[in-house]
Design a binder for this molecule. Structure first.
Ligand code: URA
Length: 241
């Protein structure tokens, strides 16, 4: 494990924001290997050096795994000049390299997984991993059994190859229809484009499941929580790790 500044270590362990951590150091409330440390630039080795803050031992976890119920109106990016980003809903005390796994459109809501575990993120997004994503959508127009068959066969949406078989379940069929769609790819605007070639328009889109992990129903849009150990194990398994 590489060396890390003590102030960064403290922030990433959730001891506080950058300015709170500076205060804790200044007040002499942080020790490294039993010695009080006041200099924020002091270097330590996570997992090797013993760090306490206000008498409590801090345990460094290299990776973070979160689920966010992404609200509409924010971009799935770490930085953006125009719109709020999903990162703005997470507050402070996270790993500096935390990033979303894949993207949801500006107006799409629902399950977004974020991690700084590059290998897991890569595996989840690799086309050959075929990680399932389930979407709930309200669609203009009457979704029919013919659509179900067309989605199952694969659709030409202007890519090199047709989409892979997707499972379309009709919840309500009417002037406005409600559906669940399971896809195992992640093409740009995929769900909207699939309905577009069937002459229908997605009015509302929400991802409910990714890699076997369901969006926690208790999370309001904009709220997040850490993944549990069993969710993480399932995600790893579904990403082929
Ligand atoms: N498909 C879309 O069209 N948009 C999303 O945000 C996700 C999947």
């Amino acid at each position: 494990m590489k060396q890390m500044r003590v102030d960064k270590f403290l922030t990433e362990c959730g001891a506080g924001s950058r300015s709170e951590v500076k205060q804790l150091l200044r007040k002499g409330l942080v020790t490294v290997n039993g010695e009080i440390v006041k200099a924020p630039e002091m270097k330590l080795v996570p997992g090797v050096d013993t760090v306490t803050c206000e008498g409590r031992m801090l345990c460094y976890e290299p990776f973070e795994y979160l689920m966010l119920n992404k609200p509409s109106g924010c971009v799935t990016a770490v930085r953006d000049n125009l719109h709020p980003t999903v990162m703005e809903y997470l507050g402070t005390g996270h790993k500096a390299d935390l990033a979303p796994v894949g993207r949801l459109d500006l107006d799409t809501e629902g399950l977004l997984i974020l991690t700084n575990d590059g290998e897991l993120a890569h595996r989840m997004l690799a086309p050959k991993s075929h990680v399932d994503k389930v979407y709930y959508a309200r669609v203009s127009g009457c979704v029919t059994e013919e659509d179900v068959r067309a989605f199952a066969e694969g659709l030409e949406i202007g890519e090199k190859r047709p989409t892979l078989p997707a499972k379309l379940e009709i919840l309500i069929s009417g002037e406005t229809s409600e559906i669940l769609l399971t896809v195992c790819e992640g093409k740009f605007h995929q769900v909207k484009r699939m309905f577009e070639v069937r002459g229908k328009r997605v009015l509302y889109l929400k991802r409910t499941v990714m890699g076997g992990i369901a969006l926690d129903a208790s999370l309001e849009p904009g709220q997040w929580r850490r993944l549990t150990e069993s969710e993480l194990a399932l995600l790893r398994q579904n990403a082929g790790m």
